[in-house]
Write a protein that binds this ligand. Sequence first.
Ligand code: 5GP
Length: 114
Amino acid sequence: MSEPTIFERIVSGDIPARVVYETDTVLAFLDANPLAPGHTLVVPKEAHRRLRDLPDDVAADVWAAVDELAPRVEDAVDADGLTVGVNDGEAAGQEVPHVHVHLVPRFEGDGGGP
Ligand code: 5GP
């Protein structure tokens, strides 16, 4: 069996994270190296590497969580918008091989963005 990813270890409670949201199937926590204050990661509790690997019900739960959390994250840090994104595959910059959705708060004039 392959080693558990860092996100599996966060889901299992093996390593700590600042959890901001949890359901039976989804966990959201603050990114350890935030691109902006409030940078949040939304992950399925089941370990899947790519979006294409997610069973439909798990994908639906992840996107429902994103939908619910997005305005909360934006408002919590008084941001002006959010960049919502998935690095899906190594070539896309995915470093942790466990599906995760980035919610990155954005501020007028911050000059970032994809
Ligand atoms: P990726 O490049 O795979 O899309 O993004 C992985 C993200 O996971 C990065 O933004 C990185 O800062 C974050 N990250 C990596 N290791 C940890 C960790 O141990 N805890 C938390 N909370 N975030 C992590």
